[in-house]
Design a protein around this ligand. Structure first.
Ligand SMILES: NC(=O)C1=CN([C@@H]2O[C@H](COP(=O)(O)OP(=O)(O)OC[C@H]3O[C@@H](n4cnc5c(N)ncnc54)[C@H](O)[C@@H]3O)[C@@H](O)[C@H]2O)C=CC1
Ligand SMILES: O=C([O-])CC(=O)C(=O)O
Length: 341
């Protein structure tokens, strides 16, 4: 079905999406039994746009699937065995593949400290996606996102199936946090707060642009800036060795998947911040950047630039770009010297 959709064009395509969307959306979660994977599976099961949910992990996916499958919504849930054929079957026909597989941080670690373990996990899963679901939208959650997204891109390129419009690093949690933290300061409803966050997903690469919000006075609030840039650390510390954000991340991942499904089903004006193959800073050798992205039936529809910045925000962006380049280059170099089997 999904392949047939690709053959349609223009208006016909948009109509087909809205008319028949409900019997089309298979969502696959790789790492489904983990701290993020389980609540993410739950939220996807509750989403009526998801008609088939495929759960894969190196442990426990059939158990999680059996549990989630008892929820009385219509979608079919299947848990797959941790074998190459199980992985291939989980992926076949997927419209969206969410990847939260990999290890989380412990106190004292940076996201980059996860690179050695997670780079090869993501590389190998990307190969499976390239082989079994080359047309899927791929949503990378595994850290360090600034490096794992380029890893996936390199693998897809090597397999000849790279579509930059369908690869996304999930940075939604940064925006979710920013809106919540601002609402706490301003005593507002976080749903009404729309804070643009650009750059990447770690430390100083996370750049909130308060000048573009309804609270430009928050530019220069160092405590708030630190909380947005290091919100993940707050959770890592509080969990005290038992991992990092899982529940808020599941919500953020489910929100991003929902936005993609809405856009695929013909809804216009769906905009999410996300880390994508972006033209914005390619002249500086930076191939990926998170900014507001309009989503459509083909994935990325339009990449917004960062807009007008204050001098202070420009400084933050400069620091971001410096780190981001290193993180991206590290991912690309990893695949070049560790292509895997
Ligand atoms: N993008 C973001 O905003 C965020 C990203 N994360 C990242 O998400 C990742 C997962 O975090 P948690 O769910 O808390 O970790 P977790 O350890 O609870 O779960 C990870 C799951 O991945 C599975 N896994 C490991 N290797 C696998 C493979 N080759 N194939 C399939 N599954 C595999 C494990 O069995 C486990 O069930 C971490 O790298 C973490 O840093 C966490 C929070 C926010
Ligand atoms: O901080 C971490 O390691 C997990 C993460 O990416 C986040 O919570 O933003």
């Amino acid at each position: 079905m999904f392949a047939a959709r690709r053959a349609l064009t223009g208006v016909a395509q948009a109509r087909a999406f809205s008319a028949s969307a409900r019997d089309l959306s298979k969502v696959t979660i790789l790492g489904a039994a983990g701290g993020i994977g389980q609540p993410l599976s739950l939220l996807c099961k509750l989403n009526p746009r998801v008609t088939e949910l495929a759960l894969y992990d190196i442990r426990l996916a059939p158990g999680v699937a059996a549990d989630v499958s008892h929820i009385n919504t219509k979608s079919k849930v299947t848990g797959y065995d941790p074998t190459p054929s199980g992985l291939a079957a989980a992926l076949k026909g997927a419209e969206i593949v969410l990847i939260p597989a990999g290890v989380p941080r412990k106190p004292g670690m940076t996201r980059d400290d996860l690179f050695n373990t997670n780079a090869s996990i993501v590389r190998d899963l990307a190969k499976a996606v390239a082989e079994s679901a080359p047309d899927a939208n791929i949503l990378v959650i595994s850290n360090p996102v600034n490096s794992t997204v380029p890893i996936v891109a390199e693998i897809l390129k090597a397999k000849g199936v790279y579509n930059p419009k369908r690869l996304f690093g999930v940075t939604t949690l940064d925006v979710v946090r920013a809106s919540r933290f601002v609402s706490e300061i301003k005593n507002t409803d976080p749903r009404d707060e729309n804070i643009t966050v650009v750059g990447g997903h770690s430390g100083v690469t996370i750049v909130p642009l308060f000048s573009q919000s309804s609270h430009p006075d928050l530019v220069g609030d160092a405590t708030l800036l630190n909380r947005v840039q290091f919100g993940g650390d707050e959770v890592v510390k509080a969990k005290d060795g038992a991992g990092s954000a899982t529940l808020s991340m599941a919500m953020a991942g489910a929100r991003f998947a929902e936005s993609l499904l809405k856009a695929a089903q013909g809804e216009k004006g769906v905009v999410e911040p996300t880390f994508v193959d972006s033209p914005l800073y390619k002249d500086q050798g930076i191939d990926f950047f998170a900014s507001k992205v309009e989503l459509g039936p083909n994935g990325v529809e339009k990449i917004h630039d960062v807009g007008k910045l204050t001098a202070e925000e420009q400084k933050l962006l400069d620091a971001c770009l410096e780190d981001l380049k290193k993180n991206i280059d590290k991912g690309v170099a990893f695949v070049a010297s560790n292509p895997g089997k």
